[in-house]
Structures are given as structure tokens and as C-alpha cells.
Design a protein around this ligand. Structure first.
Ligand SMILES: Cc1ncc(COP(=O)(O)O)c(C=O)c1O
Length: 389
């Protein structure tokens, strides 16, 4: 039995798809130590630089002193401290939704929402590049899943027309795609959902705090705030901490509280995590200049990368894919960049479709001009040595 596992691991190695854990030291930030090597960090998702913010650390310390390290119970048993509804109310208000519910992780939120709301009488319309947690939620629900090509509104409309007799219908998409950095055409998708009487669910993990004038996410950026039925999101990216949320209609939240197994059958988040998220949300509301710095850095990198010869849209977001198209060459790119003092992770199947392996470069508000220029020099040299530019 173990031998068959070993054979599969050997196959992964032969295909260039084997994964291993790198040793990272020190806190998140623009500098990081990777496998004992100092590097400028372009691989994370701490887009606003909140993970090491002194106010988040202070909030974490105070919450630990007040509540201890964990609650040792699910929220529906004895774990529902006053901090949880506080954060839920803040998130609902921030997202201009009726109500919110916390989940332990973004992965569990997507799994929990989709598997609770949908079953074999229902149909889900899912973008082909949706995050793995959405894919797994769809599978777990046992609903019929109609996958449409990425952001293809014509294909989506065709499927919606074909599937009007199902009991419940749900369109599920990422707001900002985590590996491609592009934004879903939410306005058009919401229009289609309203026309075909379909629920909408958007995973806003990479856009909360980042997109929209006030950082409210993809819905704000695309002008459909208040028109999305269900939004999920991780608090472990721009919010700098951990945990996740679902926001939406009060009835949906009440339903999930009763039916979402990854909410019901798991321990409540440690209070320290919740306190940190409350502080992060306050900073997102109080310090729009972080978003401004992030966008200035993003624009600079995208324009310069295009000038260097990478196929980069100058108007995109803080997640910048540099597509290589082969797994081994991608990891060579990653390793050579690291040798030049830049850490940006190589991304391969199944995180992205085969043949689209890439370097995923992420920009943050904390990168200095010198950091960006050092990355551009290393990317030029590495790109040339691998004949990519
Ligand atoms: C789009 C998307 N959704 C959900 C998740 C999962 O979030 P978490 O890390 O909180 O489980 C991720 C993180 O990788 C993600 O990129």
C-alpha cells in the first residue's frame, strides 16, 4: 500500500509537480528568510502590510490576556464570546450586508456555504478558475455543477437558459482570481443572475481591504454593492490575520448557522484571531493610504514588467501572473529568482491548469521603491536567462 503512494510521489517528481515545504523565518513583511536565504518577499498575500502591524499585535496580546488562548468549544456549545458577534456586525456593516457569520478558514467557509445551501435537486454554475475550496464545496453538495469558461458571460447565459427547472440555482465565482489577478465581471453576472432568478456567491478573499474606494471588495469596485446574495472571504490575506466570514441575507446566515457543518462541528476561532480581525478592519477603514500605496506599487510593477517584455496587463491588480507554461521551467525561474534575492512562488497544476504554470508575483503596500526595482532587475535577468523575455 505504502509502495503505491511512493510510486505516485515518484510520478509527481517525474512530471515536475512534486511539492515540498520551504522553511520561512521571521514575521511577514517585505523581507523574509526562505530556506536560510534573505529575500524580498513577493509571494504572500499580506497586501496591506497588516500582518505585522503594531496595533494588530497589541490587540492580539490584550485578547489573549482577557480570553486566554482558545475556547475549547464550538460556538453553538459554549464558545460564543462577545467578540464574535462584534466582528460579525462590523463585517456585515462594512460589506453593506444584513448579517455575517465567521468560519475558521476561507476554505471551510466555501465548503460550508455551498454544501449547506445546495443539494442534488440544485444546479451550480461555477467558473472554471474558481478556487479549490469552491470546487470541493460543489462536489460535497452533490448538486449538478455546470462549469463555464473563465469570465465567459455568453457561455454562462447559455447554461442559465438551459437550467431553469432546478429547485435552487447558484452562480459561484471568485471576485478577484487568486492565481490570475483578474476581476470577475460582477455587474454583468449579477444582471444575468437577476434575469434568470439565480443566487450569486462571490469569494472575496483577495479583494477585501483592497478593491473598491473603501476596500469593501469586488462588489464595491464593480458597482454592485448590496446586490450579491452571498459573499465569503478569508481574513488571512489583506486583513493580515486568520479566519473567514460569510455575509449575506439574514435568512441565509440563520440557515448556515443551522446547517453548515464546517461551522457547526468545529471549535470557535481563538478570540485572539477575532480581536486581530476587528483591529484590521478598523485600520482598513481608517488608513486608505495603504490601499493607495498598494495601487501605486502595483501600477509601477505592471507597467515596468510589460516594458521588460512580460505579458502583463498594465491595469491589473496586485496579483501578477508571469506565465511560463512548463512546471520544471517555472520552478527553475522561482529558484533563480531566489538566488537573486527575490522570493515569488512558482505555481503549478492543480493550482492552475496544466500548461499555464507560472510565477505568482504579489505586490504589497509595504514594498519600497528599492524593493520593486530590485525585483525588476532580478526578473529581467532571470527572464532573459530562461529566454522568456
Ligand atoms: C480565492 C480563495 N478562496 C479561499 C481561500 C482559502 O482561504 P483560507 O486560507 O482562509 O482557508 C484562498 C486561499 O488560498 C483563496 O485564494
Amino acid at each position: 500500500m505504502i509502495q503505491s503512494l511512493q510510486r505516485e510521489l515518484d510520478d509527481l517528481k517525474a512530471e515536475g509537480l512534486y511539492r515540498w515545504l520551504r522553511q520561512v523565518d521571521g514575521p511577514q513583511g517585505p523581507r523574509i528568510s526562505v530556506d536560510g536565504r534573505e529575500a524580498i518577499h513577493f509571494a504572500g498575500s499580506d497586501y496591506l502590510g497588516l500582518a505585522g502591524h503594531p496595533r494588530l499585535k497589541e490587540a492580539a496580546c490584550q485578547a489573549t490576556l482577557r480570553y486566554g488562548c482558545g475556547v475549547a468549544a464550538a460556538r453553538l456549545i459554549s464558545g460564543n464570546h462577545d467578540l464574535y458577534p462584534q466582528l460579525e456586525e462590523r463585517l456585515a456593516r462594512f460589506k453593506q450586508a444584513e448579517a455575517a457569520l465567521l468560519f475558521s478558514t476561507g476554505y471551510q467557509a466555501n465548503l460550508g456555504v455551498i454544501s449547506a445551501l445546495m443539494d442534488s435537486s440544485d444546479v451550480i454554475f461555477s467558473d472554471t478558475l474558481n478556487h479549490a475550496s469552491i470546487v470541493d464545496g460543489c462536489r460535497l453538495s452533490r448538486a449538478r455543477v455546470r462549469i463555464f469558461p473563465h469570465n465567459d458571460l455568453v457561455a454562462l447565459a447559455r447554461l442559465l437558459k438551459q437550467e431553469q427547472s432546478a429547485r435552487r440555482r447558484l452562480i459561484v465565482i471568485d471576485g478577484l482570481y487568486s492565481m490570475d489577478g483578474d476581476v470577475a465581471p460582477l455587474k454583468e453576472i449579477v444582471g444575468l443572475a437577476e434575469r434568470y432568478d439565480c443566487l450569486t456567491m462571490v469569494d472575496d478573499s483577495h479583494s477585501i481591504g483592497v478593491l473598491g474606494e473603501n476596500g469593501r471588495g469586488t462588489a464595491e469596485a464593480t458597482g454592485v454593492l448590496g446586490r450579491i446574495d452571498i459573499e465569503t472571504g478569508s481574513l488571512a490575506k489583506a486583513m493580515g490575520g486568520f479566519g473567514a466570514y460569510v455575509v449575506g441575507h439574514r435568512t441565509v446566515i440563520e440557515y448556515l448557522t443551522n446547517r453548515a457543518r464546517p461551522f457547526i462541528f468545529t471549535c470557535a476561532l481563538p478570540p485572539v484571531v477575532v480581536a486581530t480581525a476587528i483591529e484590521a478592519l478598523t485600520i482598513v477603514e481608517q488608513e486608505p493610504e495603504r490601499r493607495e500605496r498598494l495601487w501605486n506599487n502595483t501600477r509601477y510593477m505592471r507597467v515596468r514588467l510589460r516594458e521588460i517584455g512580460f505579458d502583463v496587463n498594465p491595469n491589473g491588480t496586485q496579483i501578477i501572473p508571469l506565465v511560463v507554461g512548463e512546471p520544471e521551467r517555472t520552478m527553475r525561474f522561482c529558484q533563480e529568482l531566489l538566488c537573486r534575492g527575490i522570493f515569488a512562488q512558482g505555481i503549478r497544476y492543480p493550482s492552475v491548469p496544466r500548461g499555464t504554470e507560472r510565477i505568482r508575483l504579489t505586490v504589497t503596500a509595504l514594498h519600497s521603491q528599492a524593493d520593486l526595482d530590485a525585483a525588476l532587475t532580478a526578473l529581467t535577468e532571470t527572464g532573459q536567462s530562461l529566454q522568456l523575455v
